[in-house]
Design a protein around this ligand. Structure first.
Ligand code: AMP
Ligand code: MN
Ligand code: MN
Ligand code: MN
Length: 289
């Protein structure tokens, strides 16, 4: 049940905002317009489409959102490396025509195909063949070929029983199929997002293999570079993560974000908009939009 302010405008906390999801423009399973339609059907009031390292889905998402009178926020999920760890930084509400942002994203997309060839060669060494072509068959946007597409092929071909076991046995550091790659720096991602008038948030902080001390150093770097928010409610967070990152958001003065990280029906545990509300006492990042 929703409660509304007397003015008729929903209070920021009760809006169903989902600020993290993917379309076929990166590694999602639905076209951008279908992501928007599904979000609206699930009762989402405000959606950010946050494809990895590209903005291609935003125009068709916007057109679908306009038809449904749903609020769409421009979004992107930028792949960066921080001390050799792959981390994701979300950008929201930027000017999607910004030249530096677009050029920056192009630099990190370049090299994904070459990386995919090397991943395939590594998997070949452990007896799993044909993964480059197999992964390519799963993508609508080859420049965004990702570990997700490899994962889908490994499940389809019977090498793994599901995506979870793919990322336990393959494609992660120390396992076959993992290949180091040069992503953007943390400073790059913030320069691009803030330079385009946007807001930056740390995606799913609970997913990174960082000690408490390293997480604090990372969050300090992020804040010092102008980062404003962290995802507290995420499809991949446990209650312990929510509590821990809620505390860190208060301590660091970060705004809080909420996002499913929906990739597709049957694949993602959490559907669009089907998330717990932000914990009390946190300031929603969407109050800035
Ligand atoms: P890439 O950008 O090619 O490194 O691929 C990263 C993508 O792989 C992420 O955006 C997720 O969609 C997916 N991924 C990474 N780790 C996992 C995991 N443990 N389970 C499911 N999907 C994962
Ligand atoms: Mn993904
Ligand atoms: Mn991510
Ligand atoms: Mn994501």
């Amino acid at each position: 049940m929703r409660s509304y302010r007397l003015s008729g405008v929903p209070a920021a906390h009760v809006l169903n905002c989902d600020l993290h999801c993917h379309s076929t423009c990166s590694d999602g399973l639905l076209a951008a317009a279908d992501v928007v339609r599904r979000a609206a059907a699930n009762g989402v009031d405000m959606l950010a489409l946050t494809d990895h390292d590209n903005l291609d889905g935003l125009p068709s998402a916007q057109a679908a959102a306009d038809e449904l009178a749903m609020t769409l926020v421009n979004g992107v999920e930028i792949s960066i490396e921080w001390e050799a760890l792959q981390i994701h930084i979300l950008g929201f509400a930027f000017d999607r025509a910004d030249p530096l942002l677009n050029a920056g994203l192009a630099t990190i997309r370049a090299g994904r195909i070459e990386r995919a060839r090397r991943m395939s060669a590594e998997l070949e060494k452990v007896g799993i063949s044909g993964t480059f072509d197999g992964a390519m068959r799963h993508t609508a946007n080859p420049s965004l070929i990702s570990r997700s597409h490899f994962g889908r092929f490994l499940v389809e071909s019977g090498a793994c029983k599901d995506l979870r076991s793919v990322f336990e046995s393959y494609l992660v550091p120390g396992r076959p199929g993992y290949v180091e790659h040069r992503w953007a720096t943390l400073a790059d991602s913030l320069r691009w997002i803030l330079g385009a008038g946007g807001v930056a948030a740390v995606a799913h902080p609970g997913r990174y293999k960082l000690s408490r001390a390293d997480m604090r150093r990372f969050l300090t770097d992020f804040r010092d570079l102008g980062g404003q928010a962290i995802e507290v409610i995420s499809g991949s967070h446990t209650q312990e993560h929510v509590d821990a990152f809620g505390r860190l958001a208060r301590e660091y003065g970060f705004l809080a974000s909420r996002g499913s990280d929906f990739h597709g029906p049957g694949e993602s545990y959490v559907d669009l908009g089907r998330l717990a509300p932000l914990p009390d006492g946190l300031q929603p990042v969407w109050q800035l939009f």
